[in-house]
Ligand binder design. Structure first.
Ligand code: F6R
Length: 608
């Protein structure tokens, strides 16, 4: 999704903005631009393509500016061109604006403004907003008021940052359905669509809510409603270090984040121990919960599918899992003893937020499992449980997923005990096993031999055009997740299936060109998976099997095996997904793709 940065202070705005934009690159973009106040005038530089092109153009100019805004654009309305890139300028060149989101009534506004004599230079929906402010300014001389008047005309979703020569050290901001966060510095302030953009300068932040606007200056921050009424905001301290938001010697963020999983899982366990040990999840009486519905998208949805097994097995709570995008439009039956759990790494996914709002409206309690402190989901949910994965920069989610599984395990154990469905011995043994997961994940990741093996397999498979991922029971969602990882970063078509479904259709695809990746670690369904592998081998399929050390039956059949440490079957997804993440990573890397920024994808999907 598009990224916004803004800076006002005493340092060089161009370098802060370019640095911030680079740190937002992971969100995906196809053009970038900045607008600066230089000698009381606005200068705009924008370009299709990579930020480094923009940087190359800017460097020799050595511009002296201490206020500016920047943007990475991901084309929605109008193709990725220099002209469609943000910032957009008013006709008189005295206002510049960057926008994330979609202005739904832009055509109507554009017609109206064109009749009033405004000239549009781009095909974007965003440009209407800057002309609208310019038009309002003809009636209302105070910029803040003109800005608020313009906001009242907008329909759709927006995060806006605006600079004007009229108030040259200020940045005007507004948020509705698209994230915006203010970074607080000393004699300088920042704004961005995501914290990593300014984490190098400050870890104190104010998150704007929907229908909040703000004016930031070097040493002041004023937040108010769209009606102009002041809003008191608390600053939060962001618990992420800059090192976590940098590659630290790895070729890609994705590889770094895969390798960070042992620590992230350990941090997530320790960060949640307080409520877990007390057996109390704030605002929730597990005994009273009649049903759980999990709403989420993508990888987080896959975590939810595993959550269903955990809640039903360990706590005996009937659990449904729904794509947030489906839940919100299917007129769901929600009762007041339902607990709706949203799972969202970013806390800003538009569909997940809409599903949460609907669930609340219909009387359910909403708990969110989220990785980003202060994000919208955490502000809107009744109860928040954090994952402590640290910033996840790579578009393909890895450590967020395994930490979500960790929280789901903690919750299911807690609920199971509270509801009297889980004996002390089973509870203790599962928790002990959970505590050992970080070291088991570490052991797997540190075994060079195993990583080499994954690389070798990747080398054998990277020319495949299609792949199947198969698993059963709690590892069926891992098959889905493995397939999603492969397709999103390597563009190889991959399907995940419950292995038992194979003979109902997908088996028709099997031949020597379609590799089948099986989750075949020890579990009550091991023998069943073994039979499925035999069916694939009988059709000359190539089998990659994820197994436990000491396995012989599957290993004899498989063309390639990857050994992961053994654990309790219900915990096995946390370890089994790691080789699949690595496999997807190395395949995409062999194919020469930019793993962290896959085509057409964005890190947080803040529009529908
Ligand atoms: C896949 C991936 C996406 C996200 C999905 C939900 O690797 O990252 O499928 O999982 O867009 O995002 P969050 O969890 O931020 O709501």
């Amino acid at each position: 999704m598009c990224g916004i940065v803004g800076y006002t202070g005493t340092n060089s705005a161009p370098s802060v903005l370019i640095d911030g934009l680079k740190r937002l690159e992971y969100r995906g973009y196809d053009s970038a631009g900045i607008a600066l106040i230089v000698d009381s005038r606005i200068q705009v530089f924008k370009k299709k393509g990579k930020i480094r092109e923009l940087e190359r153009e800017l460097r020799p100019l050595n511009l002296r500016a201490t206020t500016g805004i920047g943007h990475t654009r991901w084309a929605t309305h109008g193709s990725p061109t220099d002209l469609n890139a943000h910032p957009h300028l008013s006709c008189d060149g005295r206002i510049a604006l960057v926008h994330n989101g979609i202005i739904e009534n832009y055509q109507e506004l554009k017609r109206e403004l064109a009749e009033l004599g405004h000239t549009f230079r781009s095909e974007t929906d965003s440009e209407v907003v800057v002309h609208l402010i310019e038009e309002e300014l003809k009636r209302e001389k105070v910029f803040k008021r003109a800005f608020l008047n313009a906001l009242s005309r907008l329909k759709g979703s927006f995060a806006l940052a605006v600079i004007t020569t009229q108030e040259p050290t200020k940045i005007f901001l507004a948020r509705k359905d698209s994230p915006l966060v203010i970074g607080l510095g000393e004699e300088e302030n920042f704004v961005a669509s995501d914290v990593p953009a300014f984490l190098a300068y400050t870890d104190r932040a104010i998150f704007l809510n929907d229908f909040e606007a703000a004016v930031i200056d070097r040493s002041s921050v004023e937040v108010f409603t769209f009606n102009g009424e002041p809003v008191k905001k608390e600053a939060v301290k962001i618990p992420w270090s800059l090192a976590q938001a940098e590659k630290g010697g790895y070729k890609h963020f994705m590889l770094k984040e895969i390798n960070e999983q042992p620590r992230a899982i350990a941090d997530t366990i320790s960060g949640n121990l307080q409520w877990f040990e007390s057996g109390k999840v704030e605002g929730i009486e597990p005994e009273e919960v009649e049903r759980i519905t999990v709403v989420a998208c993508g990888t987080s949805y896959h975590a939810g599918l595993i959550g269903k097994f955990l809640f039903e097995n360990l706590a005996k709570i009937p659990t449904e899992v729904d794509y947030a995008s489906e839940f919100r439009y299917r007129d769901p039956i929600v009762k007041n003893r339902d607990l709706v759990i949203s799972i969202t790494q970013s806390g800003e996914t538009a569909d997940t937020l809409a599903a949460m709002r609907l669930a609340k409206e219909r009387g359910a309690k909403v708990l969110t499992i989220c990785n980003v402190i202060g994000s919208t989901a955490t502000r809107e949910a009744d109860t928040v449980i954090y994952t402590y994965a640290g910033p996840e920069i790579s578009v393909a989610s890895t450590k967020a997923f395994t930490t979500q599984l960790t929280v789901l395990l903690l919750l299911a154990l807690c609920f199971g005990r509270r509801r009297g469905k889980l004996g002390q011995r089973e509870f203790d043994s599962l928790f002990k096993e959970l505590m050992s997961i970080p070291s088991k994940a570490e052991a797997f990741l540190n075994r060079e031999k195993e990583e080499e093996r994954v690389k070798e397999i990747a080398l054998k498979l990277y020319r495949a055009k299609n792949a199947l991922y198969l698993g059963r029971h709690v590892n069926y969602p891992i098959a889905l997740e493995g397939a999603l990882k492969l397709k999103e970063i390597s563009y190889i078509h991959a399907e995940g299936y419950p292995a038992g479904e194979m003979k109902h259709g997908p088996i028709a695809l099997i031949d020597e060109t379609v590799p089948a990746v099986f989750l075949a670690t020890k579990s009550p369904v091991y023998e069943k998976v073994l039979s499925n592998i035999e069916e694939v081998k009988a059709r000359k399929g190539r089998v990659v099997a994820v197994v436990n050390p000491g396995d012989s039956a599957v290993s004899k059949l498989a063309d390639f095996k990857i050994e992961v440490p053994e654990t309790h079957p219900l915990l096995s997804p946390v370890l089994n997904v790691i080789p699949l993440q690595l496999l997807a990573y190395y395949i995409a890397d062999f194919l020469g793709y930019d793993v962290d920024q896959p085509r057409n994808l964005a890190k947080s999907v803040t529009v529908e």
